[in-house]
Design a protein around this ligand. Structure first.
Ligand code: CO
Length: 212
């Protein structure tokens, strides 16, 4: 929807409030009670991804963190705080890292352009490229390479969540699962990349383990 003015958004908000109250007079009483979502959803800021819409979920179902190219950088207080709050305090049962094909951030990271403040941010994606350079360089089609980098980026961000203290504790206590998904906006479908934290833990946690 393209709003003609900011005021129009408030009119739509009012329309939405009335529709909710008509369907359920206690809707906002229920909504204002403590949130207890089971899912932490980390996705790209891209305007075409609407978490609740694609999951067919309701407000209150999903704790959401979004940034350019759905990254979990080691030094980003914003992402790390969202993970900490979701895992330690809300005690979500699932962390979902959801990338998407046609991601502008990933595409930009595949080029050599100087993007100013985005340079250090996109460097994390370039690091993903470096780790998987052999596989990516063997893909001849540029669009397939682009799609694969989207998937590998999700995979590496799933691993990055495992490097955090809170997630390591939750995994050890077997109270959390990590999922890597990709959203295809040409079909509307979500794909599960079948990230298995237990298997990855055996491969890499001798390096990243913060306990024992
Ligand atoms: Co994106």
């Amino acid at each position: 929807m393209s709003y003609k003015s900011i005021e129009e958004i408030f009119k739509h908000n009012e329309k939405w409030v009335k529709a909710q109250l008509k369907a359920d007079p206690d809707y906002f009483v229920k909504l204002s009670k403590r949130q207890k979502p089971k899912y932490l959803f980390i996705s790209c800021s891209d305007s075409r991804i609407s978490t609740e819409v694609i999951m067919d979920a309701e407000p209150g179902d999903v704790f959401i963190h979004r940034n350019v190219a759905n990254l979990v950088p080691s030094n980003d207080l914003n992402t790390l705080s969202a993970i900490n709050y979701a895992v330690k305090h809300i005690k979500v049962k699932h962390i979902i890292i959801c990338g998407h094909y046609n991601c502008g951030g990933i595409k930009t990271a595949m080029t050599t352009s100087d993007e100013g403040i985005l340079n250090p941010w996109l460097r994390d994606v370039r690091d993903v490229y470096r780790i998987h350079k052999q596989e990516l360089n063997s893909i001849k089609s540029l669009s397939k390479k682009y799609d694969r980098l989207v998937e590998l980026n999700v995979w590496e961000q799933c691993i990055n969540t495992m490097k955090t203290r809170d997630v390591q504790k939750a995994l050890a206590e077997k109270r959390i699962q990590i999922h890597g998904w990709v959203f295809n906006m040409k079909t509307g479908r979500l794909t599960d990349l079948n990230f298995k934290a237990e298997r990855l833990a055996r491969e890499i946690m001798d390096i990243y383990n913060l306990f024992e």
